[in-house]
Design a binder for this molecule. Structure first.
Ligand code: SF4
Length: 394
């Protein structure tokens, strides 16, 4: 006889009731695909599986997985309850889940006696999206009162923590009032700071909503034993999962392009560092050549598994050594130093990944959008893309 996990049958029964009786009473139509999707979500959660679902526009997928998650979480033993993470691609969907779907669903389920307390949720974002009270006060004191639009945005920032919701806030002001990478220990506002309060509050809610980049950043932190961005969670829903690989590529790709290097060498030449420009160009051309060597013309438009040959290693080391020496050139303008530093960081990053990848794996793994460890998969993804011009990418 087949046995089911605790709450399994009850959750499916309540899901039927919600979609066939309760929600239609609140004006929603019965949609078979939506009900089927909710049952699929419940099966997946109870069986601790991974499921990849495709739902057409208008199926009501958001409500389907929210109901599934809430019913599953409701039947978890109290001591095992941890948040559910919902990762989406767009800010609009995050806001809709937080301000429309969940409050409405919570009110209906409370009214029907299915849940006993409102569903709590929070949107988790990078700290650069939030207002730092100390920096805001400093910035506001510098802005001329005659600049009405700017003053208005800064006044609104005093009441709205999330900068995505502050109208007409310029990029310049955004950078100046956002939460710093690390808060000073002796910040005089720490106890009353809204951002610190937000961090404390965000630990409590049952549902944590974030975007794909934040999810991947959290996965990287977990992989590297760094402090977690998201509280430990027990289930993950990746909505708009088709955009997850793009987010991973955007986050974990580093490019060394001959085009950038050419431009840099030209600037060095114009600034009268001709010898250095020539050496750098030769070193980078050697690196490009080492990467395209052995890759047939027909296959140059696709990513190839990267193998760290002695030639490639030597070319990479040469580039890094030259870029390191740039600091010793006399009177290099700051803008050039910055460009050289950026290239050095890219080369060093690439070199470090080369070493790591060659000591672990030299093949490019397939990454599925519903991979439990998307960051892990992408961090070991290592390829040379050989187009024209040849780019070195990680
Ligand atoms: S604790 Fe951090 S975020 Fe808060 S006011 Fe101080 S510097 Fe800004």
């Amino acid at each position: 006889m087949q046995t089911y996990p605790t709450g399994y049958t009850e959750s499916h029964r309540i899901a039927e009731k919600i979609f066939r009786e309760i929600l239609p009473r609140h004006g929603m139509t019965v949609r078979e695909e939506q009900i089927a999707l909710c049952h699929e979500v419940l099966d997946t959660l109870y069986n601790k599986e991974i499921s990849l679902c495709e739902a057409g526009v208008g199926t009501g997928k958001t409500l389907a997985y929210l109901v599934g998650c809430i019913l599953w979480q409701m039947h978890r033993p109290e001591r095992m309850k941890l948040p559910i993470v919902i990762s989406t691609s767009s800010v609009a969907l995050q806001d809709a889940i937080l301000t429309e779907y969940l409050p409405d669903l919570s009110a209906v389920l409370l009214g029907e006696g299915i849940i006993t307390a409102p569903i709590t949720a929070v949107v988790r974002k990078g700290k650069e999206r939030f207002v730092c009270d100390a920096r805001l006060a400093e910035r506001a004191s510098l802005v001329q009162p005659s600049r009405k639009r700017q003053t208005n945005s800064l006044n609104i920032a005093a009441h709205i923590l999330d900068m995505d919701h502050i109208p007409e806030l310029s990029r310049y002001d955004r950078c100046r009032i956002c939460v710093p990478q690390s808060c000073p220990r002796d910040c005089f506002l720490r106890l009353d700071c809204r951002y610190q309060q937000y961090l404390r509050d965000s630990m409590k809610p049952d549902i944590q909503i974030c975007n794909h980049n934040y999810l991947l950043a959290d996965a990287s932190h977990r992989l590297e034993d760094r402090p977690l961005l998201l509280r430990s969670y027990q289930a993950l829903v990746v909505d708009e999962a088709h955009k997850l690989p793009d987010a991973a590529r955007q986050m974990y790709t580093e490019t060394l392009s001959p085009h950038n290097m050419d431009e840099l060498c030209l600037l060095l030449q114009q600034a009268h560092y001709k010898d250095f420009a020539r050496q750098l160009r030769t070193a980078f051309l050697t690196l490009s050549f080492s990467c395209t060597q052995g890759v047939s013309k027909l296959r140059r438009k696709v990513s190839e598994p990267f193998v760290l040959t002695p030639f490639r290693r030597a070319a990479l080391i040469d580039c890094i050594a030259l870029l390191q020496n740039a600091g010793e050139l006399p009177d290099v303008p700051r803008y050039l130093l910055n460009r050289l530093e950026k290239q050095k960081v890219s080369c060093a990053f690439f070199s470090c990944k080369c070493q790591r990848a060659s000591s672990t794996s030299t093949t490019m793994p397939m990454v599925s959008p519903h991979s439990a460890q998307p960051a892990a998969a992408y961090r070991s993804c290592f390829a040379v893309r050989c187009g024209t011009p040849a780019n070195l990418r990680f």
